[in-house]
Design a protein around this ligand. Sequence first.
Ligand code: SF4
Ligand SMILES: [Zn+2]
Length: 333
Amino acid sequence: MKKERVPSEPEAVWSEKDMAGGETVGAQVIILRTNGCCWAKAGRGGCTMCGYRTASMSGVTAEDLNKQVDLALSKYKGEPFVKIYTSGSFFDPAEIPAAVRDRIFDEYGGCRRILVESRPEFLTADLLSTLPAQLTVALGLESSDEEVLRTCVNKGFTAAQSREAGMRLKDAGLGVRTYLLLKPPYLTESDAIEDAVSSALFADPFSDEISVNPLNIQHGTVVERLWKRGEFRSPWIWSLIEVMKRLSGKVNARLMSSPSGGGSQRGVHNCGACDQRALAAVERFSFSQDPRDLDCGGCECKSTWERYLGAEKMLGTADDVGRVLANELNIRG
Ligand code: SF4
Ligand SMILES: [Zn+2]
């Protein structure tokens, strides 16, 4: 039975590993329940791959949020890194009122590193001058291609606006983690690889970390509709490895990826037999930055992936060619 969602309880709290000050450390992850992303609620449907609209609530008060923070604090075990997500923008006052925000920074003031996410429009120079020095802000750039952002992602801001926000954060002495979307809808797998590589090069000057996020098909999204019709396949793990290999040594930012839904049909996946090995290689690389760690021992499906890329080009389509032509070409992956 589905758990009832209560506004005074966070969506989730757990502990995992991440990096702070060049070291692997424990990180507390808190997902707060808020009134949701302003862009998803704006009537334009939000981003094409984002299912957070269904996850957020309405009528969440400052009191509810304070109770959520109390609960997160009760589970806090002194992790040096704290990551606070809201399924939207931490700096949108409609999601997190300023008093709650200040309390969070105060309570976690002893942490070595704090990470939050925000759309660029909330990151004004005035606000940034008031923020704690150990803060990293994650920016959802997704792609540096303005056309991809507008037509494939429906992001509602431009890559130039993300870059300006990133520069402002750097000027204020704060950290920047940039998210890139691997395989926005309507792009072929090969175009998606190129898009992620060029987007990382674009983001590097204002990013301390670049997180390559392979698209994970969420419920109730435009992408889910395309997927159900055979017009989208979530990316191959081989594509993610290819992006990392091509960028390794070319950017100063730390490259990382911790895919949601990896190994499932909705998430980044290969043939099934090698998925966990390939994902483990990506995880190792995310910490070490050593491209030798991307070697996962290979699999027969790597040649299937290569044929998949070739078939897409030949047919000139971003549809799931494996599904469409499974019988004819035997390239199901
Ligand atoms: S991806 Fe981010 S900006 Fe886009 S709708 Fe979802 S929460 Fe809002
Ligand atoms: Zn395989």
